[in-house]
Structure formats: C-alpha cells, structure tokens
Ligand binder design. Structure first.
Ligand SMILES: [Cu+2]
Length: 133
C-alpha cells in the first residue's frame, strides 16, 4: 500500500514539474507571492549579477542555449520578440508579457538550483535554459 502511495505522489510531482500551460494553481495557492514580490523590485541598481539577452525574431532565437548562472546571484533576463507572448521562467514560475514594441525584463535572484527552461508560453517556444548552480 505504501508503495502505491509513493508511486502516485511521484507521478503527481512529475506532472506538476513538467506541466507548463497549467499555470500551477497549487504553487499560486501555496505561494508567498506578496512577500516575495515586494522587496526585489527596488534593488536593481547594483550592477552585480548577470544580464541575459535573448531575441526571438522570424522564428529564430539569438542568445539562447544553456546559460550558466551562479546560485544566489541576481539575474536580469531581457527578452525581445517580434510576436506578442508571455515569457515564462520555469522553476521560478515567473511570467512577463512581451510585445514587439516592449521587450520583457524579468529580474530575480537565482536562489533555486537546477536547470530551468525559459520559453514563450503561448508558442511553446523554448528560448533558453538557465543552469543555476
Ligand atoms: Cu512555460
């Protein structure tokens, strides 16, 4: 019986991690989004950390691939796209609108180790992967 339960839990976890379109209602419900969002936006003036620029134009990606990021460091992700979409940073579960007129800028601290996709959510187009270590 315990084996069955464990298998079920593992399956559910794998589905939650892999799924992308379902905007993680569990994470939202359990999230501490109000406390996390407040402090990070004002401290972008320090030049430490890394800025990653990626462009999606004409169906092609420039600046993609696997990008190494130091664990705990601040990251600025700048996405330019010739189509309107949403930028989705997996793992950190960050979403940011992008349009041809307005690039998306996503700033966060890379506090979660692992390899995470960044994609244009509507297209299901992977832009790059972050390797946080
Ligand atoms: Cu996604």
């Amino acid at each position: 019986m315990s084996r069955l339960l464990r298998a079920g839990a593992a399956t559910a976890l794998a589905l939650a991690v892999a799924s992308c379109a379902g905007k993680a209602p569990d994470a939202t419900a359990a999230g501490t989004s109000s406390s996390a969002a407040g402090s990070s936006s004002s401290s972008s003036s320090s030049a430490a950390g890394r800025t990653i620029e990626v462009t999606y134009a004409g169906g092609a990606i420039t600046g993609g691939g696997r990008i190494p990021v130091e664990l705990g460091s601040p990251v600025t992700l700048r996405v330019t796209s010739d189509v309107a979409d949403e930028v989705h940073v997996h793992g950190y579960d960050l979403m940011q609108d992008v349009t041809p007129d307005a690039p998306a800028t996503v700033t966060f601290d890379a506090t979660i180790p692992g390899v995470f996709e960044v994609e244009l959510e509507g297209l299901g187009q992977q832009l790059l992967t972050l390797q946080v270590q």
